[in-house]
Design a protein around this ligand. Structure first.
Ligand SMILES: [Fe+2]
Length: 228
């Protein structure tokens, strides 16, 4: 019946845009070590674990979730799958993560915190736990710190800037990168004024600055023009 329905319906001429990325699965060397990192350090909740089924091969795998705006978990944002000990790929130290592509596969995954305040708290927490900041950048659309998990998977710890900052010129916002200190007290300082990107590079001729007027909140923000 389902096949008949599929044959009778005409396929669209183009792909249907997805909602976005639903979840990701990382292959890890040591599930317990990665579990501790992604829960204790990154703050994810473990919501499920694959149970063995007799006569069937299943990966050793756990599922994790952040919290949505209502404080609820999802079925999973992330899963970890342990590479079996019999697999030679488990040996060797993880490579130092770099944004510059060194091998085929995942470059980094970006994890968003709800707002600037929670992001700053998370940076201070990461610092207190001795997690190295490998890179720190104010992009045109996010403020970001890059770290790595125990297997060297790159992780971008970010908060989003308001849509009005980047939506009119995503390409311009993507090409903007302000490199910031990764060590010392300066690594935990975040400014509240951000450039507003407009088409046709108009931000160069007439720069706009978006100000998060309340450091504790992105709700009370304003956009004003400034002289160059
Ligand atoms: Fe990124």
């Amino acid at each position: 019946m389902a096949n008949d329905a599929a044959k009778s319906s005409s396929a669209p001429s183009h792909a249907q845009p997805p909602r976005g990325i639903n979840h990701m699965v990382l292959n890890v060397r040591n599930l317990e070590a990665s579990h501790r990192f992604w829960t204790d350090i990154m703050g994810f909740r473990c919501v499920a674990e694959l149970k063995p089924i007799p006569g069937r091969q299943r990966p050793k795998m756990r599922f994790y979730s952040g919290l949505d705006a209502q404080g609820d978990v999802t079925h999973h944002d992330l899963a970890l799958a342990e590479v079996p000990e019999t697999n030679g790929d488990r040996s060797g130290a993880p490579a130092q993560w770099s944004l510059m592509p060194g091998r085929i596969g995942l470059n980094h995954v970006a994890i968003a915190w709800p707002d600037r305040e929670s992001w700053l708290k998370q940076l201070a927490f990461l610092r207190s736990k001795g997690v190295p900041f490998l890179r720190r950048v104010n992009h045109g659309m996010t403020h970001s710190v890059y770290i790595a998990d125990p297997d060297g998977h790159g992780i971008e710890v970010l908060y989003e800037l308001p849509r009005e900052v980047w939506a009119s010129d995503i390409d311009g916002a993507q090409n903007y990168a302000e490199m910031l200190p990764t060590e010392g007290d300066e690594a935990l300082v975040d400014r509240t004024e951000n450039p507003v990107f407009q088409p046709s590079h108009s931000q160069i001729a007439r720069p706009m600055i978006h100000s998060l007027s309340s450091p504790e909140s992105q709700g009370n923000s304003s956009v004003k023009s400034v002289t160059a």
